[in-house]
Design a protein around this ligand. Structure first.
Ligand code: XIL
Length: 379
């Protein structure tokens, strides 16, 4: 049997849908380990939610009770040209989540990346007017959210609206519409599906200045009666950043606003830093150099242990705040699928998730499950 086949069998066995091989006890699952504390999810790519990657689909179905679409619901995917919507992939994504009884998240409605240029332009190629862009935003949100009304449970309405210093990012949305584009996006989403949970999502919220900006933004929206249900902290982390104390402060700061706190895009980069700044600005890139890709074949055991320790520390923190943290979502299922193989440096071999390239649980998976068991046992 291939390794991928074995992984799929183990995943199915964990689901209770098949016999576990005699030698290996059925692995416990993340969804079961954290049941009652928070949802555990993953971003799925198209190969996974269509089943083309059958091992990946089986692993995701076994391990997670929440999914996010890695790319399938971004503007460029569903609305590539004016008036032209394409829901082929997105429909499959939502159907996958429903078939497995998962909490289905939509990502993302209003962002400055992976949004076609035409969105921000007039017919002459100059900047669109405020009214034109607002009308486009409304049409997009009503169409996309409306299509999945009652089926997509929560939406990242606005993604990455803040700059690193906590002020509003000067994105095309902000420059053309003004600061109230955020209010308007939430209002349109609420109009399209009054029952859906609406979220603000961003990276580097563990940095005090940016966190303060996010707290001020969400506080203002709430004060104006805009139904923000939660804040998503992406958490594209490293082994040594952000400091655990800042993860702690971030959870506390958003919980104090009375909204759900969600870790929405968790991964832990183990490779040498290619840029001075941390964060997850997908527009930033760094050049490839051999020393930035030290483990093209396998991650050394010592690094596996560091990764396991880091994940145990992070989940220890999330569990401590289990009343506030509603879910923890990994940005990918296996190391093979992770965007971190190609960002910020293209073509590296990274190891940021809990399952290896063949879908087998890594030491970090065992560490996270052990931690959940020990907390459940009150130790
Ligand atoms: C990433 C995807 O994983 C990649 O496949 C894509 O090429 C670029 O975007 N913050 C976000 C996510 O909110 O949508 C990004 O996903 C990662 C950073």
């Amino acid at each position: 049997m291939t390794r991928a086949g074995l992984a799929a069998l183990l995943a199915l066995a964990a689901c209770g849908r098949g016999p576990a091989p005699a030698a290996a006890p059925a692995p416990a699952t993340l969804r079961a380990a954290f049941h009652g504390a928070f949802l555990v999810g993953a971003a799925l790519n198209e190969a996974q939610f269509t089943g083309r990657d059958s091992a990946g689909a089986a692993l995701a179905a076994a391990q997670f009770d929440q999914i996010s679409p890695e790319n399938a619901l971004k503007w460029e995917s569903v609305h590539p040209r004016p008036g032209a919507y394409d829901f082929t992939a997105a429909d499959r994504y939502v159907a996958f989540g429903e078939a497995h009884g998962m909490f289905v998240v939509g990502h993302t409605l209003v962002w400055h990346n992976q949004t076609p240029r035409w969105v921000f332009q007039d017919s002459a190629g100059g900047p669109a007017s405020r009214d034109t862009l607002l009308a486009r935003m409304r049409d997009h949100i009503l169409t996309v959210v409306g299509r999945y009304r009652g089926r997509v449970n929560g939406w990242d309405v606005v993604n990455e609206a803040l700059a690193d210093d906590g002020t509003l990012r000067a994105s095309p949305w902000q420059r053309i519409i003004g600061d109230d584009y955020i209010d308007r996006a939430f209002a349109f989403a609420h109009e399209a599906d009054p029952a859906a949970q609406l979220y603000y999502n961003d990276y580097s919220l563990e940095n005090p200045a940016k966190r303060a900006g996010a707290v001020a933004l969400v506080r203002r929206l709430l004060a104006e009666g805009i139904p923000v249900a939660g804040v998503g902290s992406q958490e594209h982390d490293g082994l040594d950043y952000p400091p655990l104390a800042e993860v702690d402060s971030t959870i506390l700061a958003f919980a104090a606003l009375g909204v759900k706190v969600m870790v929405t895009e968790l991964d832990v980069d183990v490779l040498p830093r290619a840029m001075r700044q941390t964060g997850a600005d997908v527009a930033q890139r760094a050049a490839a150099r051999p020393q930035l890709n030290p483990w093209p074949d396998a991650l050394p055991d010592s690094m596996q242990q560091l990764l396991a320790r880091r994940y145990a520390d992070l989940f220890g923190m999330f569990l401590r705040h289990r009343g506030a943290v509603a879910r923890v979502t990994f940005w990918g299922v296996t190391d093979r699928d992770s965007w971190k193989n190609n960002w910020p440096v293209f073509g590296r071999t990274n190891y940021p998730l809990l399952f290896d390239r063949e879908g087998r649980p890594k030491p970090a998976f065992d560490a996270v499950l052990r931690l959940a068991a020990s907390v459940a046992a009150g130790r």
